[in-house]
Design a protein around this ligand. Structure first.
Ligand SMILES: O=C(O)CCC(=O)C1=CC=C[C@@H](O)[C@@H]1C(=O)O
Ligand SMILES: [Mg+2]
Length: 371
C-alpha cells in the first residue's frame, strides 16, 4: 500500500547544549536544526531530524544548505512521486548529488510514518531485533587532563560501555597515556576528526601501546588511500567516519584495507536505507559497525536507537541519554541510560511521543508544504 503523504512540516529549532562540545575544529554550544514531519491521509505523523551543524566543519553541509535542498528540491520530488516503501525515497533522491543530511532528514520522517502505518516499531521495520542497546559516550576536548579524567570517571561510574576521547595534535598521546593509566580496563577509543597526515605516522604509532578499541578518522575527511597506508603499519584498528558517505565508499574502503571498523551516521550516509545497506555489507564482510552521533535531539536519537538494534552493530555507539545533552529534550519519555544500556521502545514508529510544549518552546520558525 502506498504511503500517502498529504503534508510536510519543517520546524526550525534552536536548542542549547548543557555543556559546550569541543573538537579539533572548534567549540559548539547552540544547536540549530530542523524537525521534519510527514503527515499522511490517515492523520499519522512521522518525524525526522536534520543533523548538519551551522558551519561546514564536519562535512560540507550546514543547517542552511539542509533547508535549501529540502525546500527547493527534495520536497518537490516527494510531492511528485508515489512512494510504496521508504526505500523508494533514497532511490528518488538519487539525482540530487550528496546533501545526505538533507535527504536523511526527510527519509527518516517517511520511515517513521511507514512504521506507524504498519503499527510496528521503527526498529522492527528496519529488521532489528535487540531489545536494548549498548551505549558509549563521546567526550569533547577538555581544558586540562585533570578535567578529562574527572569527566571520564563520572561516565564510567554511570555505566557507559566505552569512552571516546577527542584528540588533536598537542592533545593526544600524553593525554591518552594518562587516561589509560587511570582506567586500565575501560574500553577507550580516540576520534581525531581528520587532524593528522601521513607525516604523523610515527607519532600515531605510539597509540598502539595503549590498547585502544580504535582510532576514528585520523586522516583527511575525504581520504581512503592514506588511511590504508596507515592501517598497514598500525595495530590499533582504524574506524572511518567522515570518509564514508555511501555503500560504495564502504566497499572501496574495505577492499583497500583503509579501516577495520565503520562508524555509521544516518545523516552522513543519506538515510536509514543506505545505513542499513552499509550495515548488511559490513556484516557479510566481518567488519564491525557502530552508530555515531551528531549531538541530536530526541527524534534523531530515537532513529539512532532503532538503527542500532540491527545485529551488526556490535560495538557501543555514541547514542548517550537525552540528559547528557539537554536540560529538556523534545521527546517524552526522554531517552535514558541505565547500566550503559538504552531500552528500545516497543511502541510504533520511533517509539517516543513529541513533547509538544518543549517542541513549541524551541521552535523558531515553521513552514508547511501541502501535497
Ligand atoms: O554524542 C554524540 O552525538 C557524538 C558526538 C561526536 O563525537 C561528534 C559529533 C559531530 C561531529 C564530531 O565532532 C563527532 C564525531 O566525529 O563523531
Ligand atoms: Mg567522528
Amino acid at each position: 500500500m502506498a504511503i500517502s503523504i498529504k503534508q510536510i512540516k519543517l520546524r526550525k529549532l534552536n536548542m542549547r547544549l548543557l555543556n559546550p562540545f569541543r573538537t579539533s575544529f572548534g567549540t559548539m554550544q547552540d544547536k540549530e536544526f530542523y524537525i521534519t514531519e510527514a503527515i499522511d491521509t490517515h492523520g499519522n505523523s512521522g518525524f525526522g531530524e536534520s543533523v548538519a551543524f551551522t558551519s561546514p566543519w564536519y562535512t560540507e553541509e550546514t543547517v542552511q544548505t539542509n533547508v535549501h535542498v529540502m525546500e527547493d528540491f527534495l520536497i518537490k520530488i516527494l510531492q511528485e512521486n508515489k512512494i510504496n516503501h521508504p526505500d523508494d525515497v533514497s532511490k528518488l533522491f538519487e539525482p540530487i548529488k550528496r546533501n545526505n543530511m538533507a535527504k536523511a532528514a526527510l527519509e527518516g520522517a517517511v520511515w517513521d510514518l511507514y512504521a506507524k502505518g504498519k503499527n510496528i516499531p521503527l526498529a522492527t521495520a528496519l529488521g532489528g531485533e535487540k531489545k536494548e542497546i549498548d551505549v558509549g559516550i563521546s567526550i569533547g576536548i577538555q581544558p586540562k587532563v585533570k578535567d578529562l579524567l574527572n569527566v571520564i570517571d563520572d561516565y564510567v561510574h554511570a555505566g557507559y560501555k566505552r569512552i571516546k576521547i577527542k584528540i588533536k595534535p598537542g592533545w593526544d598521546v600524553d593525554v591518552l597515556r594518562a587516561v589509560r593509566e587511570q582506567f586500565p580496563d575501560t574500553p577507550i577509543m580516540a576520534d581525531a576528526n581528520s587532524a593528522y597526515t601521513l607525516a604523523d605516522i610515527e607519532h600515531l604509532q605510539q597509540l598502539d601501546d595503549l590498547n585502544l578499541t580504535m582510532i576514528e578518522q585520523p586522516l583527511a575527511h575525504d581520504d581512503i588511500v592514506d588511511h590504508a597506508k596507515l592501517q598497514a603499519v598500525m595495530k590499533t584498528p582504524i574506524c572511518l567516519d567522515e570518509s564514508i558517505h555511501s555503500l560504495d565508499d564502504t566497499r572501496k574502503a574495505i577492499q583497500l584495507g583503509s579501516c577495520q571498523i565503520i562508524n555509521i551516521k544516518i545523516g552522513r550516509v543519506g538515510g536509514l536505507t543506505e545505513a542499513k545497506r552499509i550495515h548488511d555489507y559490513c556484516l557479510q564482510h566481518g567488519v564491525d559497525v557502530w552508530c555515531g552521533g551528531m549531538l541530536e535531539a530526541g527524534v534523531g536519537r530515537a532513529h539512532n536507537i532503532a538503527l542500532t538494534t540491527l545485529s551488526g552493530f556490535t560495538l557501543p555507539g555514541d547514542t548517550a541519554g537525552s540528559s547528557r545533552y539537554w536540560e529538556k529534550d523534545i521527546i517524552t519519555p526522554e531517552a535514558t541510560v541505565e547500566n550503559g544500556l538504552i531500552k528500545v521502545p516497543n511502541k510504533p514508529g520511533i517509539g517516543y511521543e513529541m513533547d509538544e510544549e518543549a517542541l513549541e518552546a524551541f521552535t523558531v520558525s515553521e513552514k508547511v508544504f501541502d501535497f
